[in-house]
Design a protein around this ligand. Sequence first.
Ligand code: ATP
Ligand code: MG
Ligand code: MG
Ligand code: MG
Length: 562
Amino acid sequence: MRVSQFFLSTLKEAPAEAELVSHRLMLRAGFIKRLGSGLYTWMPLGLRVLRKVEAVVREEMNRAGALELLMPAVQPAELWQETGRWDKFGPQMLKIKDRHEREFCFGPTHEEVITDMARREIKSYRQLPLNFYQIQTKFRDEIRPRFGVMRAREFMMKDAYSFHTDFASLQQTYQVMYAAYSRIFTRLGLEFRAVAADTGAIGGSGSHEFHVLADSGEDAIAYCPDSDYAANVELAEAVAPDATLPEPGQDINKVATPNQHSIEEVAAFLNLPVTQLVKTLVVEQGDGVVALLVRGDHQLNEIKAAKLLGVDEIRFASDAEVREVTGCAPGSIGPVGLTVRVVADRSVAVMADFVCGANEAGYHFTGVNFGRDLPLPEVADIRNAVAGDASPDGKGVLAMCRGIEVGHIFQLRTNYSAPMACQYLDEQGKTQVAEMGCYGIGVSRIVAAAIEQNFDARGMTLPVALAPFSIAIVPVGYQKSEQVREVADKLYAELVASGIDVLLDDRNERPGVMFADMELIGMPHRVVIGERGLKDGMVEYQGRTDTAATSVSLLDIHTHVM
Ligand code: ATP
Ligand code: MG
Ligand code: MG
Ligand code: MG
């Protein structure tokens, strides 16, 4: 590309409101232009960088066996009502109406849309596992859009969603995605760390975030230098106790009923280790609706229990609501309770202060009670952790650092497939609910995060994988000297022919102006061509982070920039 045919719009000073280095540099380099709060135009120069991030992400997703598709950004409210998120997602969701007054949102994420597609298209276990992804615009009405594209309202995300017959298959794909993410961030030259994470509004059980390490990061990360423990300090995670289990089949509550489930059956049903089950009351309805009721000595136990069950949303429910969910006989349930949804086509309620008259009605207890029969599960709450605290894995002490969340992977389990009935037929021809995972990358945020890690006093110092162009040719006197022009044009043509992104600064500018621009926009390599050097067949080469230029034979220049 010739600068004369391109559009450079660099600024000497960044607008005062830009606090972060990356935001200032992106504005000064003319990568982005602000349209409104959290809304940015990607200018041709910045878009080249965004596309480079996209290309690496796309290549690695394809390599990992994911299939690219493209879903609509505008999504019908009905889908979000099926999962209950239309009301629960909150003010980050931009709701809109069409001319018929029908409600839609501009997608903040795509679990509902992909699950709707999958439930129509997936028929048999033979089609699974599947992993779909897209690179697409999202809108979230962030309460504080800031730092430019780092926390924008409209931004670019790569989001992937996988579908499985069972948990083991989900865990396998989760590992594949974990490895793919590590490759992506390594290829982009980022210093990053994978950390255990909370599942937030997306829901699910297991979850990891990928953070670019930077002092300006909004997230605090606690990690143990002596082990692989690392977690976002937002996290309160359950730590399973070392428990001695009762004998198999031992009925702690001594209530025998016809439909007795063993604790193993309940554990298998929930896809959880037996050690993670709290005392349970399984209520069976005629149509197979099952409620899992957990009683503890105080509410904290219920919350811990719910955490252990991988429940992401815990809310207190009214008596009426609980009865409706569980179908329990009136009077059998105490006034307060927690309802949670864990599995498939089944509602799971976790109750506090459960007053049970239900035994007589044919319901039954099974299982064990942490705190009474087993040690109480600990929730490792590191929300107030400081450097020097003991690491929850017991392998050392915690250190703290700051991070920018650039990726987030989740084991969704059946959080979406159950309420939306995304099912398939198994080998026996039986209908089963699919297991799901989802995997996000903040493609546009990565551009800002990379700049936070790659800058100096003169501008960006992006690696070749990310820089808008790989090499700048800066001829001194391009317009005046025929010789300089000829050599510059020839080198330009040769490098272009070998597939290199070259920027030829053919402007009629003073060298100082051209150098400053090329440094600001982070050109990894610079070749300066002048009449004086050409007398001896020499040009000047300088890598962006080199302290000085070196004189190089024109014939050798390729070896420096390839
Ligand atoms: P954050 O904690 O920063 O608000 P999130 O946890 O809400 O992010 P996810 O739902 O996990 O975000 O979305 C996947 C990825 O999308 C994030 O890891 C992040 O890189 C990116 N992302 C989320 N919100 C924004 C935003 N407002 N602007 C730019 N990128 C974003
Ligand atoms: Mg967020
Ligand atoms: Mg987050
Ligand atoms: Mg996240």
